[in-house]
Write a new protein. Structure first.
Length: 185
């Protein structure tokens, strides 16, 4: 019981001076407070090793400096530790998965095949209007047809494309590769 009172008296006498030293060593208040608390715990644990109570301030400051240096070393090593822990971490690919790429390639082939199966007049209107994004009046003029005929052919091309693609995707038509269905089973 006397030992605890003696320790408390020593701490109350010297903690402010040691705190100011830790503030200079650590460089900021938060670390200095943490270091002082850790140093006080260690000092209490090893109080029996203190031979001269009048050297308590120097002894506590010495413990505090070692704790602060360990803290700084740990903080300096933290980025390296985090990097070493990331070695097993895989960065996800930004490219689509292989099966998604395969599906996209098959869909493109399906669309090209369906587009080639359209009657020439409808196909040309669809290409110019929907794929090349040209204005309707310009498409009609370039093909030598009226704007109403262009709209009619465009509508017919879209319907035929949709029916052709739907037939293949639902399994009621031939796929891109001569009779194979688009989605593999």
């Amino acid at each position: 019981m006397d030992e605890a009172r003696d320790f408390e008296a020593l701490v109350n006498t010297h903690k402010d001076a040691v705190y100011r030293q830790m503030l200079r060593v650590c460089g900021n208040r938060e670390d200095a407070e943490d270091v002082l608390i850790e140093a006080l715990f260690r000092a209490y644990r090893y109080l029996d090793k203190l031979e001269h109570p009048e050297a308590f301030r120097a002894w506590l400051a010495s413990i505090g400096r070692r704790v602060c240096w360990r803290l700084k070393r740990r903080d300096a090593m933290l980025p390296l530790i985090q990097l070493s822990q990331m070695e097993s971490f895989e960065i996800p690919s930004t490219s689509p998965a292989p099966d998604a790429q395969w599906d996209a390639m098959q869909m493109k082939q399906l669309l090209e095949s369906a587009l080639q199966s359209l009657p020439e007049g409808n196909r040309r209107v669809y290409e110019m209007r929907d794929l090349e994004d040209q204005p309707g009046e310009k498409v009609a003029e370039a093909l030598g047809i009226s704007p109403a005929a262009m709209k009619s052919r465009l509508h017919r091309a879209r319907v035929l494309l949709r029916e052709s693609i739907d037939a293949v995707l639902t399994g009621n038509g031939k796929g891109v590769e001569g009779g194979k269905r688009w989605k593999s089973q």
